[in-house]
Design a protein around this ligand. Structure first.
Ligand code: ADP
Ligand code: MG
Ligand code: MG
Length: 473
């Protein structure tokens, strides 16, 4: 534990911890750090606090600032990739063949390319996630885990957690640490992007539509952003896949209302497309004039396969030919990433993974947590894929070795007990492009999520990680 962290005497004072946990939960409720319950995921008659850590987690200021500083470059990179069909074809062709989900997204992409895009405004709301590599004897290094270009969540709730942790610190007698928790308001930034896109669409009565899942436990996170839009008098609605239709001029309509912006908080995993009709609806929205956040190309730019291809020598240079510093700034955040395509290079990756599976993570083209493979499971999956093209559905990545620290995870119904925890820092990026003109490109805030180190994988929505704040040290 760093000398400016939470003192040992507090972390082991059971009575004080019980008191603090009560205070913390009530303050979470008062501050709107809320989530619906498992029992009633679609009703706000029963809500509880969103899971969070009792204490903020120490994060070195240098790497934190590095993550914020690179975000606008990541925004540009994602946007450039989305406009480079030659690159997307090359990067994703093998994966699209071996992974059905990527294949379906890709065929929508091909179709829209063939027909030509019907909207020149692009809105990107992404979240780049990092862990810290903290191996013995080596300097602490920021390592990107992935970038989420669709349905990146918790920007809303993260806007309410700084005050929560500051209050806990105060009650714990640690007010002098409060200034180490930064203000954070991604909700406002995400809404600024949505508002800009809505404005550029140029139809005052048109709405912003949040495309939402059937199960909506995390609705409060959405509401934070929705309410920011309403406060600007931008009409905002929530709808499911099945509710939309195409009108004249490729305009998108729902219940007679024209849709200016579709904000996808759904559609990122196979289960979100239970019927052929959901796929048809995705295509219909893609073809429409509505501004999509993200459009299908930007969605694909966020796949793990693209992430792996970007780590190959010379590829970042393709996107930033005249800017070696930008290339360096982005590349400095990469962990080792390895192809599993057919051929010698992929064979080499397999041999390397089989020899030392504990050093790697095997990732399919999935989102939402809980999909990766670790340790002996990596060997099993690669064994099963031997001799077929199945392995190209995955990429291999160096496992990032973060140092665990003690914290208490507050979750409804869970006993108060210390856990060895690992954290993941997310940075929210927002950009709006109109044709060739970048009209907005910003880093709008951050998110820290923390989980017990016994779980290899899984986010907040998956019930593994909880909300946290960086305590800058
Ligand atoms: P998803 O899109 O499902 O969130 P991620 O790539 O973020 O996929 O992986 C899910 C989780 O697995 C991460 O939140 C992190 O806890 C863990 N993880 C992923 N990649 C690594 C890695 N390279 N090293 C250590 N842990 C990782
Ligand atoms: Mg993801
Ligand atoms: Mg993730």
């Amino acid at each position: 534990m760093s000398s400016v962290g939470i003192p040992e005497a507090i972390l082991s004072d059971t009575r004080l911890l019980q008191d603090l946990a009560e205070v913390a939960k009530d303050t979470a409720l008062l501050n709107g750090v809320l989530m619906r319950t498992k029992e009633e995921p679609n009703s706000s008659e029963l809500v509880t606090y969103a899971p969070f850590t009792l204490f903020p987690t120490a994060v070195p200021r240098g790497v934190f600032e590095q993550a914020l500083a690179v975000q606008t470059q990541y925004n540009l990179l994602v946007d450039k990739i989305s406009q480079d069909s030659e690159f997307l074809e090359e990067a994703l062709a093998s994966t699209a063949e071996s992974d059905d989900f990527t294949g379906r997204l890709f065929s929508i992409y091909r179709q829209t390319i063939k027909e030509g895009r019907s909207q020149s405004v692009v809105l990107g709301l992404n979240r780049s996630d990092y862990m810290l590599d903290q191996q013995e004897g080596l300097p602490t290094a920021l390592r990107q885990i992935e970038i989420n270009t669709i349905a990146a969540s918790f920007g809303g709730l993260a806007s309410h957690t700084p005050d929560l942790h500051r209050h806990v610190l105060k009650v714990a007698g640690l007010s002098d640490l409060s200034h180490r928790i930064l203000d954070n308001n991604p909700a406002a930034g995400l809404a600024r992007g949505l508002a800009k896109a809505w404005e550029l669409y140029g139809v005052e009565r048109a709405v912003v539509m949040f495309l939402v899942e059937d199960v909506q436990r995390n609705i409060m996170d959405h509401r934070c952003v929705e309410n920011e839009l309403w406060s600007r008098d931008i009409p905002t609605i929530r709808r499911k896949f099945e509710d939309v239709s195409l009108g004249p001029d490729k305009r998108l309509f729902v219940d007679g209302q024209e849709v200016a912006v579709v904000y996808f908080r759904n559609g990122y995993m196979p289960q979100n497309y239970p019927t052929e009709q959901s796929w048809e609806t995705r295509l219909l929205m893609e073809r429409s004039r509505a501004i999509k956040c993200p459009d299908i190309a930007t969605h694909l730019a966020g796949t793990k396969k693209v992430q792996q291809v970007l780590a190959r020598p010379g590829v970042l240079e393709r996107f930033f030919p005249e800017q070696p510093q930008v290339v360096q700034q982005i590349r400095a955040t990469f962990a080792g990433l390895y192809t599993l395509d057919q051929g010698q290079e992929g064979d080499k990756t397999v041999a390397m993974a089989m020899a030392n599976p504990e050093q790697f993570v095997l990732k399919p083209q999935r989102e939402g947590g809980g999909n990766n493979f670790y340790g002996s499971e990596i060997c099993r999956v690669l064994e099963e894929a031997r001799g077929s093209s199945k392995r190209t559905a995955y990429i291999l990545m160096d496992k990032v070795r973060a140092r665990a620290s003690v914290n208490y995870l507050l979750r409804r119904g869970a006993p108060l007990q210390p856990s060895q925890c690992l954290s993941e820092l997310g940075v929210f990026g927002v950009y709006v492009r109109q044709g060739t003109d970048m009209v907005m490109n910003e880093c709008v805030g951050h998110l820290l999520r923390t989980k017990s180190s016994e779980h290899a994988d899984g986010g907040v929505a998956a019930g593994v990680a909880v909300l946290d704040n960086p305590l800058l040290v």
